[in-house]
Design a protein around this ligand. Structure first.
Ligand code: 5GP
Length: 203
């Protein structure tokens, strides 16, 4: 069976990765991997859609039974990609999006070297700062912490295959760029080992 593409999209706070990923899912060609986490749901988040919200004991049980493709801790909480669900999507031929942070992205690449790692960033640090301040919802201290974390995340960019920019005024360009990456990746020679055989129609 033809396998779908395993795509990792990482992005710091303010990169708009949630919007970009939901627009990709809306095209019907991508499935979003719903991670498990021990963090509490934020207002508006739905169990089973944004995350599988589970407690630490349950998370540990799933680690013990090798239920995760990868997992990590982030700000004192566990986050993990459920293995069975991920493999089922890939085997169905659909493209799977993992919206995970840098350590998880590197682990995925180690396990699946053919995964495509995309870093989504605002065009400049100054624009990102402007966006985070523009929301007006966080204190100066929280904004500074998030910007510091964003810098450290972007410094790990050399682990990624592609850099996509999310400009102000809609995610359409970033969505198109990711679709173009996927289209090109599917035509990569190394992903088509049977091309010659098919051409000559040999058994
Ligand atoms: P948040 O708590 O803001 O939803 O997520 C915190 C960070 O954890 C984000 O960078 C998010 O992409 C990342 N994350 C979410 N799920 C997973 C996962 O299953 N594995 C890893 N490694 N990171 C995740």
């Amino acid at each position: 069976m033809r396998r779908g593409l395993l795509i990792v999209v990482s992005g710091p706070a303010g990169s708009g990765k949630g919007t970009v990923n939901s627009q990709l899912v809306a095209t019907g060609d991508f499935v979003f991997s719903v991670s498990a986490t021990t963090r509490a749901p934020r207002p508006g988040e739905v169990n089973g859609i944004n995350y599988h919200f589970i407690d630490r004991e349950e998370f540990q049980r799933r680690i013990d039974e090798n239920g995760f493709l990868e997992y990590t801790t982030y700000c004192d909480n566990f986050y993990g990609t459920p293995l069975k669900e991920a493999m089922a999507v890939l085997e169905s031929g659909k493209n799977l999006i993992l919206e995970i942070e840098c350590d998880g992205a590197k682990n995925v690449k180690r396990i699946f070297p053919d995964a495509v790692l995309i870093m989504l960033i605002p065009p400049t640090f100054a624009i990102q700062e402007e966006r985070l301040r523009g929301r007006g919802t966080e204190t100066e201290e929280v904004i500074r912490k998030r910007l510091e974390k964003a810098k450290r995340e972007i410094e790990q960019i050399d682990a990624y295959d592609y850099i996509v920019y999310n400009y102000n005024g809609g995610a359409a360009v970033a969505v198109d760029d990711i679709k173009a990456i996927v289209r090109a990746e599917k035509l990569a020679q190394h992903r088509q080992p049977d091309a010659v055989k098919k051409y000559f129609e040999l058994d």
